[in-house]
Design a protein around this ligand. Structure first.
Ligand code: ATP
Ligand code: MG
Ligand code: MG
Length: 382
C-alpha cells in the first residue's frame, strides 16, 4: 500500500486524505499541533517540520511527500529529497514562498504583474511609495497568508509611511518586504491547475473569487469571462508550471481590470478557490493532486454544472439550510472556532446559473449571509 506523507495537517491535508481514500492510499501527516484537523482522518506524526529527527522519521514511513502549507521551509523539503520524492519540488516551493522571487518570475515569463519594489529600509519605502504612488500595499515577502503580514498605505503622507513602517518595518530583515501598487480590479480570478510527473497539464474552468479583509469569502465556477481571457489565464498557468517543473495542483491568483489580467500570487498547493471541484467537477483538485504526485494518469477536470463555494470563517453556521437544499454540500473541518479561522465551507452546485442563483438566494437568506452571497448572485445575473 502506498503511503503519502503530508507536511502540515490543516483542512487541505484533511481533504487530500479524504480525496485519496477511494484510491486505496494511506497517509501520514506531520504537524506540530496535536489537534491538527487532518489527524481525524489520517495518522498524525507529532513533530516540527524544521526538525531533522521528525523529518527523518516521517520520510522513513512514506513513499512520497507533499504539502498542505506553502510555508514549510524549502530547506526542509530539500532535505527530504535525499530520502523520498517530494512534489512540488523544493525550488518551485521556494519561488512561490517569496513574493519577490515569484513576481520576478512572472515578469520573466511575460505575465503582467502590479508594479512592485523590494524594500530593505525605511528610505527604500519612502522612495518606493513616491515611485508607485498611493494607495499601495506593503507586504512581507515570506510567510504571509489570508492577508496576514500586509499593510495598506492610503496616501504618501509621512504619517502613512510611518504607520506602515511601524507595522511591518522590523520584518525587513526576517521575512523581507515588498511594496506593491494597489490594483483597482474589477474582479479576482484564479486558475487551479494540475501537472503530472510526465508533464501532462490540465486546468479546471476559471474561478471567480471574492475576498473580505484579505480572506477568501466566496468562489464561483465557471467564472463569467470570455473564452479568450480564460485561455490567456490558462496559458499563464501553463508557462509557470513548466518553468518550475511543477508537479501537483497549484493555483494562480489573478486580478482582472478592464479585460486585462495581472498575476497576484502562485499558491504551490491545493487551493481554497478549488474546493468546489469536490462536487463540481469530474475529478477533485485533491484527487488530481494525488494522481499527479504519484505519477498516475490525471482525472478529467470537466465541470459538472455551475458551482459556488462559501467559506465559513470563525465558526460554523447552522448546517440545516444547506443540508436540506438539493444543491447543497457541507464541509465541516472539525476545528475549534476562532476569529478569522477557516473552519468549513459549503458548495452549492446546480445545472444552470439560474438554478444556482436561486439556491444562493435560499441559503443566503436562511443563514442571514446576504452580504456573502449577493456579489455571486450579481455576477450570475450578468
Ligand atoms: P492567500 O495566500 O491566503 O490567498 P495572502 O496573504 O498571500 O493570501 P494576497 O493574496 O497577496 O495575500 O492578498 C489577499 C487579498 O488582498 C487579495 O486576494 C486581494 O483581494 C487583496 N490584494 C492583495 N494585493 C493587492 C493589490 N496589489 N491590489 C489590490 N488588492 C490586493
Ligand atoms: Mg498567499
Ligand atoms: Mg492570495
Amino acid at each position: 500500500m502506498t503511503t503519502v506523507g503530508i507536511l502540515g495537517g490543516g483542512q487541505l491535508a484533511r481533504m487530500i486524505a479524504l480525496g485519496g481514500a477511494p484510491l486505496g492510499l494511506r497517509f501520514l501527516v506531520l504537524d506540530s499541533v496535536e489537534d491538527a484537523c487532518a489527524g481525524q482522518f489520517a495518522p498524525l506524526l507529532l513533530g516540527d517540520y524544521r526538525d531533522e529527527n521528525a523529518l527523518a522519521q516521517f520520510s522513513s514511513e512514506v513513499d512520497v511527500a507533499t504539502f498542505d502549507f506553502e510555508n514549510v521551509p524549502a530547506e526542509s523539503a530539500e532535505w527530504l529529497t535525499q530520502f523520498v520524492p517530494v512534489f512540488p519540488n523544493p525550488r518551485a516551493l521556494a519561488t512561490a514562498q517569496d513574493r519577490l522571487a515569484e513576481k520576478t518570475l512572472f515578469k520573466e515569463l511575460g505575465i503582467p504583474v502590479p508594479a512592485f519594489e523590494d524594500i530593505t529600509s525605511r528610505a527604500d519605502l519612502e522612495a518606493a511609495v513616491e515611485k508607485l504612488g498611493a494607495p499601495c500595499i506593503l507586504k512581507t515577502r515570506r510567510l504571509g497568508y489570508d492577508g496576514k503580514g500586509q499593510f495598506r498605505i492610503r496616501d504618501n503622507s509621512p504619517a502613512s509611511i510611518e504607520a506602515a513602517w511601524d507595522a511591518l518595518g522590523e520584518q525587513a530583515f526576517s521575512t523581507g518586504l515588498i511594496l506593491e501598487a494597489f490594483v483597482h480590479f474589477d474582479r479576482e480570478l484564479s486558475v487551479v491547475a494540475v501537472r503530472g510527473r510526465n508533464g501532462e497539464f490540465q486546468t479546471w474552468p476559471l474561478t471567480e473569487n471574492w475576498h473580505v479583509d484579505g480572506v477568501l469569502s466566496a468562489s464561483l465556477a465557471p467564472a463569467r469571462v470570455d473564452d479568450a481571457l480564460a485561455a490567456r489565464a490558462h496559458a499563464y498557468a501553463k508557462s509557470l508550471v513548466e518553468a518550475l517543473d511543477y508537479v501537483g495542483v497549484c493555483a494562480l491568483e489573478l486580478f482582472c481590470k478592464d479585460g486585462e489580467l495581472m498575476a497576484n500570487e502562485l499558491a504551490p498547493r491545493v487551493h481554497n478557490s478549488g474546493h468546489w471541484t469536490i462536487e463540481g467537477s469530474e475529478t477533485s483538485q485533491f484527487e488530481n493532486h494525488l494522481r499527479a504526485v504519484l505519477g498516475m494518469p490525471l482525472g478529467s477536470t470537466r465541470m459538472l454544472g455551475h458551482a459556488c463555494m462559501l467559506n465559513w470563517i470563525g465558526e460554523m453556521p447552522d448546517p440545516t439550510p444547506v443540508l436540506r437544499d438539493a444543491c447543497g454540500h457541507w464541509h465541516d473541518y472539525g476545528k475549534q472556532p476562532r476569529a478569522g479561522r477557516k473552519v468549513g465551507h459549503a458548495t452549492l452546485r446546480a445545472d444552470t446559473p439560474e438554478e444556482l442563483s436561486r439556491a444562493l438566494e435560499r441559503v443566503g437568506g436562511e443563514l442571514a449571509r446576504k452580504a456573502q452571497v449577493s456579489p455571486v448572485i450579481h455576477a450570475l445575473s450578468n
